[in-house]
Design a protein. Structure first.
Lengths: 310, 261
């Protein structure tokens, strides 16, 4: 620290003391922040990943397609990218991108037959697909069986997760007000009316399905490189339902609904733990209660609380 | 192809299980006219409209639009040729506002490419402004300009029908299929619709219309086709149709009374 030469000595020491106090305060803040991150870093990361996964399901939901296969697409992305980095030393960004692309390719292959069916039957078919993926992961030797893949290099950072989340949210917002987004919304509202308006419903349903799978695949790749270990069970039915709950609680009328839903529902159990509620079932019960209240009183989700009243 | 025919049915047949909804229906719709489709309930009018818009395939026969066979095309391809429609049991996007319904109906206008929106190009804004102005014009032509931001689900019955017509007009159709467009409307609304349809036809649009309100049909239509049990009884001017004994027997009722449908 350089002081101006013409300052009297007393003034200099006073300035020094002031600076020292400020520095100490700042250091305390940094320590507090880094302690906070050390304690809650993994929570912050997982909340971001859950939000990204919730968005991956939001895309088909916004086109009226109830898909229960997105956890499986995340699993495909996770396994593919983990295997590429571990076995072939593919650079991390490329392996994550490859995981997303492969998930999208699988979605393209199964979308054509599966998207011909509607509503609850589509949900069942995609659920069955998810089980097929899980069973494949359990039984193949390359995926490490039921024990999963161990020793995935830790490369994912919070910045990457939230960068991906921000980019996805921006893209989906632009998409919402584009021709594609209007087509999704039209199909969701009334598929027959959408058809006679000139919307190629088959094509747009497939686009939504594939785009959702791609986002899920990316999220899966990021998850694998955050976690050291991935197992087939993590991408099963309960993970899938969890994504659906994020969307229901947050609401699917805007891009921010699923993000809000995922962040809140991931944070609440931890917040309750910090508040001294240590019984696990109780903490999950609070999430269940929130889901119930939202279904009963906010059919368009928590995000409708912030939407302007018409 | 007979000159001036925009739409030609050639022996169109359609069965549902054992029921022959349409058998060998043949007639033509002159360009820039209003063509009425009348007949008792279950005579196949809506099925015929579904065949035109591609929602229901024809088992046999040919359907020509502007000289081009369209009976094997999927609905969105037919719409792309310039065919728009409304539904008897109104199919609005009830979760959207009135303006949003019409905006959704502008799909084929291609005003909102993703790429432009993603990079916030100036052209995206200009195209957006233009299509918004178009959408507002459709609403005001249909007489519901004041309800722009009202949710479609909150409209009255007559307003819903008008909104559906506004949404169909957003496609800038050459052929407009209207399935009972004035059902449930009040007299003043009917008069407004009448002048709307006349002005559309004056601007070159062709209208194929199903309607049970006989005075309205007789007043408005240039030509009328009568269907009965899936067969064409006759096609002719309103005057000819009103005179035809079989029509009076089949549709208007034995003593010439109006049949409520």
């Amino acid at each position: 620290m350089k002081l101006p030469a013409d300052l009297p000595a007393g003034a200099a020491s006073r300035a020094d003391r002031g600076l020292a106090i400020r520095l100490r305060r700042r250091a305390a803040e940094v320590v507090a922040l880094s302690e906070f991150f050390a304690v809650y870093g993994s929570l912050i990361n997982f909340a971001g990943l859950n939000a990204l996964l919730a968005l991956s399901l939001y895309v088909p939901l916004s086109a009226g397609q109830l898909s229960l296969g997105n956890a499986a697409f995340a699993g495909i992305g996770a396994y593919v990218s983990a295997l590429l980095t571990m076995r072939l030393n593919v650079p991390f960004p490329m392996s994550v991108a490859a995981g997303g692309c492969l998930a999208a390719a699988v979605a393209m292959a199964i979308g054509a037959p599966v998207l011909r069916i509607k509503g609850i039957f589509l949900a069942m078919a995609t659920l069955a697909f998810g089980e097929v993926v899980r069973i494949c992961a359990v039984n193949l030797s390359i995926t490490g069986g039921a024990e999963g893949l161990i020793g995935i290099p830790n490369k994912t950072t919070a910045v990457m997760i939230y960068g991906a989340l921000a980019a996805t949210a921006y893209f989906l917002t632009a998409l919402r007000w584009s021709q594609t987004g209007w087509s999704f919304a039209s199909i969701r509202e009334d598929e027959t009316a959408a058809m006679v308006m000139g919307i190629n419903t088959t094509r747009y349903k497939n686009v939504a399905f594939i785009l959702g799978a791609f986002i899920a695949g990316i999220a899966g790749g990021l998850y694998a490189h955050l976690n050291f270990i991935i197992t087939p069970a993590e991408f099963g039915f309960s993970a899938e339902v969890q994504l659906l709950i994020y969307n229901i609680v947050g609401g699917t009328r805007s891009v921010f609904g699923p993000i809000v839903g995922a962040l809140i529902l991931t944070a609440i159990p931890e917040a309750l733990r910090a508040a001294g509620v240590t019984a696990g079932p109780l903490r999950l019960g609070v999430n269940g209660l929130i889901l119930l209240l939202v279904i009963l009183y906010l059919p368009n989700g928590l995000s409708s609380l912030f939407a302007k009243k018409r | 192809m007979i000159s001036g025919m925009l739409l030609e049915f050639e022996k169109i047949s359609r069965s549902f299980g054992g029921v022959r909804a349409l058998s060998g229906v043949s007639f033509g719709v002159q360009a820039a006219t209003i063509h009425g489709l009348i007949g008792p309930n279950g005579s196949g009018k809506t099925t015929l409209m579904n065949v035109v818009s591609g929602l229901s395939g024809a088992d046999a026969g040919r359907l020509l639009f502007d000289g081009r066979p369209i009976h094997r095309l999927r609905p969105h391809r037919i719409a792309a040729l310039g065919v728009a429609r409304t539904f008897q049991n109104i199919r609005l996007f009830s979760g959207m506002s009135c303006l949003e319904n019409v905006i959704a109906g502008q799909h084929l206008m291609g005003a909102r490419p993703l790429f432009q929106r993603l990079f916030r190009l100036r052209s995206a804004n200009l195209a957006e402004m233009k299509s918004l102005a178009d959408a507002r014009a459709c609403l005001s032509k249909a007489g519901i300009a004041g309800r722009e931001s009202a949710p479609a689900g909150s409209l009255s019955y007559g307003e819903r029908r008008r909104l559906e017509i506004a949404r169909a007009m957003a496609l800038k159709p050459r052929l407009l299929l209207l399935d009972e467009p004035i059902a449930g409307m009040r007299l003043r609304e009917i008069e407004e619709m009448e002048s709307l349809f006349r002005s559309l036809v004056a601007s070159g649009v062709t209208i194929l219309l199903i309607e049970h309100n006989m005075p309205f049909v007789m007043r408005l239509c240039h030509s009328i086709t009568v269907l009965h049990f899936g067969e064409t009884v006759m096609t002719g001017t309103p005057g000819e149709v009103a005179e035809h004994p079989e029509v009076i027997e089949a549709y208007l009722g034995g003593k010439g009374e109006r049949n409520e449908g």
